[in-house]
Write a protein that binds this ligand. Structure first.
Ligand code: RET
Length: 250
């Protein structure tokens, strides 16, 4: 294998691609923060959602940059564990859950319940990752139980409250909520099949899948939100205004 091919098949390369994906999402969210009014949300709630996603993509960009250079990589019982990944998840998945809660228009109390379940899922999951034997499997089961509680919040309480929102807001909520349920389900699966679980999938394969869904779950959400808000239209208008170009029919 040539040096280039070996690099393309390395975890550093995969994490480098992840870094670029997260930086892109971060820049888009910063632009959104400066233009918070849109078709679905405006003012405070617009700023809050863009802010939560800017935090999420910003932390992830730093985490992926660190992982690209091997920062926080430890070996536990013969397999490598990315500490930065769990720090990232502990700080950012609660923000993603909060974002979905704001979109639903849920009360602070309901959002806090879902955020706590999410945080415990990650912390207990980390414990399972760095232990062996019975504690590992117990940790996996407990973390998965918190995941089920989180799923309950998304479908039950959040879903009920969202039903009272405007049509556009409901549609965006449902898209994001369903995507979350489907995408997030892949994480425990990869954990189970990868080196932290039974080890059928190797470290590079697990890293590639997780990076791909991480970027979709963070930057992908940002793109979904921005397009529902009509942010790309305002971006295009600005480009037209500065270049003096206009589309036929304007
Ligand atoms: C772990 C451990 C095993 C059990 C479960 C897990 C769930 C992890 C999830 C992570 C979501 C991460 C996201 C990151 C975005 O960038 C911790 C793997 C249930 C659901 C959305």
């Amino acid at each position: 294998m040539t040096g280039l091919a070996a690099f393309a098949l390395s975890k550093s390369f995969v994490y480098g691609v992840g870094t670029v994906g997260m930086v892109g999402g971060f820049l888009l969210m910063v632009y959104g923060l400066r233009n918070p009014d849109g078709r679905v949300l405006s003012g405070r709630s617009g700023r809050l959602i863009y802010g939560l996603l800017a935090w999420t993509t910003g932390i992830a960009a730093l985490s992926y940059l660190g992982m690209t250079f091997g920062v926080g990589l430890i070996t536990v019982n013969g397999h490598e564990v990315e500490n930065l990944r769990y720090v990232d998840w502990a700080l950012t998945t609660p923000a993603l859950v909060g974002e979905i809660g704001v979109l639903a228009g849920a009360s602070r109390r309901t959002v806090v319940g879902a955020v706590v379940a999410d945080f415990l899922m990650i912390v207990v999951g980390y414990g399972a990752t760095v232990t062996t034997g019975a504690p590992k499997w117990l940790g996996f089961v407990v973390s998965s139980a918190f995941f089920v509680v989180l799923g309950y919040y998304l479908v039950g309480p959040f879903g009920r409250i969202a039903a009272d929102q405007s049509f556009e807001r409901q549609a965006l909520f449902e898209k994001v909520r369903n995507l979350t349920l489907a995408l997030w389900f892949v994480y425990p699966l990869v954990w189970l099949l990868g080196p932290s679980g039974v080890g059928i999938v190797d470290a590079l394969g697990a890293a590639a899948v997780v990076t791909y869904i991480d970027v979709t779950a963070k930057t992908g959400y940002g793109i979904l939100l921005a397009s529902s808000q009509g942010l790309f239209d305002s971006l295009l208008d600005r480009t037209e205004a500065t270049t003096g170009q206009s589309t036929p029919g304007d």
